[in-house]
Design a protein around this ligand. Structure first.
Ligand SMILES: [Fe+2]
Length: 211
């Protein structure tokens, strides 16, 4: 649901050669597909946007050899953008990340504009934002007003914050956020086994979107 595996596009540490092994790893563990979400507007990552589509097409052809479905989206870094320009997953879902240490002044306003463009918001690795608490006013705006979905990383699920969101049943997606480390694929599988309610939510989500 959230990965950086397209070689040579963003800060993926994945080479074209090892991409093949990564696909085998996903297929052998039993995943049916991968959503590629290259960074967009991340202030510390240079993304070659003009390469995204072509590399995705190459990756999709490779993935066919392993019977893996592929989908393209992006991980959109919310700062203070005036113009919203992102690649939505399934044409509809905007995976959004932001600063971990402090909330950008215009955070909710930018998200409102994302929503006004007709996108559904998924908050990427929510466990990382130290300024965001499950019982805060900002969280109430996110959940009640903006109706966001919430994603936790496989590694993040082992942190105190990740466990808290999971125990509150606030999590819609677990994801690898894999940049090339194959261990994360196994870790994602383990976390889905440990959190069957999230796994079932994801099955329902994908069944609905893929039909
Ligand atoms: Fe990411």
């Amino acid at each position: 649901m959230h990965s950086h595996l397209l070689p040579g596009v963003d800060d993926s540490r994945q080479s074209r050669f090892f991409f093949d092994r990564m696909l085998r790893c996903y297929a052998e563990i039993g995943f049916g597909g991968i959503v590629f979400t290259p960074h967009i507007d991340n202030p510390s990552v240079r993304t070659k946007k003009d390469r995204i589509q072509k590399t995705f097409e190459w990756a999709s052809r490779k993935a066919e050899e392993y019977d893996l479905k592929t989908y393209l989206g992006s991980e959109y870094y919310v700062v203070d953008q005036k113009k919203i320009d992102l690649i939505p997953i399934f044409g509809k879902y905007a995976l959004c990340e932001t600063f971990t240490g402090t909330m950008p002044k215009d955070y909710l306003d930018v998200l409102r504009r994302v929503k006004d463009k007709g996108y559904e918001i998924i908050i990427a690795h929510i466990e990382r934002y130290i300024w965001l608490k499950p019982d805060s006013d900002v969280m109430r705006s996110l959940v009640e007003e903006l109706k966001v979905k919430i994603q936790v990383n496989a590694m993040g699920a082992m942190t105190k914050e990740g466990k808290r969101y999971l125990s509150l049943d606030m999590v819609d997606f677990l994801a690898s956020d894999c940049h090339g480390d194959r261990k994360l694929v196994g870790e994602l599988y383990r976390q889905l086994e440990k959190n069957p309610n999230v796994a079932f939510k994801m099955c329902d989500f994908f069944a609905q979107e893929i039909e």
